[in-house]
Write a protein that binds this ligand. Sequence first.
Ligand SMILES: [Zn+2]
Length: 103
Amino acid sequence: MRDVAEFSPYFGDRKFRDHPLGFKIIVPNEDIKITPLFCPICDEAMRDPADPESFDKWEACSRCAELFAYPKRDAWLTGWRPSIEELNKYRSEREKIPYIVKW
Ligand SMILES: [Zn+2]
């Protein structure tokens, strides 16, 4: 019996597998990069155009990358993350900055 999680080739550079409920799951062959809606470090919305690229590289929004990851690059790459106190200080300073929403 075939493993239910195993994908088979599908046309158009995609792959598919059958779902136990009777439908097919079709996905691209390549991995899809997904940027979360909120930064896992500061919990702010990922709203800057630079945030997806920053998340791919640093797993943080561009603001957290500039503030925390760049200055402590080596520590960041080995798993260091800012303390709760540092994040609370950052959040209280961010609350003073107005949001600008363009429609
Ligand atoms: Zn962030």
